[in-house]
Design a protein around this ligand. Structure first.
Ligand SMILES: NC(=O)c1ccc[n+]([C@@H]2O[C@H](COP(=O)([O-])OP(=O)(O)OC[C@H]3O[C@@H](n4cnc5c(N)ncnc54)[C@H](OP(=O)(O)O)[C@@H]3O)[C@@H](O)[C@H]2O)c1
Length: 129
């Protein structure tokens, strides 16, 4: 999340509520079709295209980051130049999925670093088109 500082995060309402606020030091746009919903510290947009426009108009100079959840990722991948992904080397049960076809959009692994956290091995990777 630190990397999003200075830029703008575009996220869904669940992600916003899980963080419990808009993070400091960056802009936030929440994609929600419910016009009556308010997200303190963030702008709301009704769809991803509108969210991208709002983000471009914000006074933050860093990149625009698509930070999930499931549908925001699925719709957002075509707009992304880079994919920052943490691959955890263990299988988990889950009810949200990252788009299965992401490797069709991003062909070049440009950076990777292995690590371990609380017994979980992971690889942090950056992919480009
Ligand atoms: N591992 C990771 O990197 C990562 C990243 C992100 C999220 N997550 C996890 O994923 C879970 C949340 O995922 P989620 O997919 O349920 O949450 P989400 O995307 O944050 O929120 C889902 C909501 O987004 C709105 N929405 C979705 N698609 C839309 C569209 N096309 N246009 C307008 N609004 C749209 C809808 O709310 P309205 O009814 O208000 O329109 C929908 O109920 C959390 O547990 C989170 O921790 C993990």
């Amino acid at each position: 999340m630190d990397q999003t500082k200075g830029g703008v995060m575009i996220e869904g309402p669940q992600c916003y509520h899980e963080l419990s606020k808009a993070l400091e030091g960056r802009g936030t746009v929440v994609v929600s079709r419910q016009t009556e919903k308010v997200f303190p510290g963030a702008e709301r947009a009704s769809n991803l295209e509108a969210a991208l426009q709002v983000a471009q108009g914000m006074p933050w100079v860093g990149p625009i980051w698509i930070t999930g959840g499931e549908r925001i990722y699925a719709e957002g991948l075509v707009h992304c130049e880079k994919l920052y992904i943490t691959r955890i080397h263990r299988d988990f049960e889950g009810d949200r999925k990252f788009p299965m076809d992401w490797a069709q959009h991003f062909k070049r692994l440009t950076w990777s670093k292995a690590g371990s956290f609380e017994g979980l091995n992971y690889t942090f990777e950056i992919w480009e088109r």
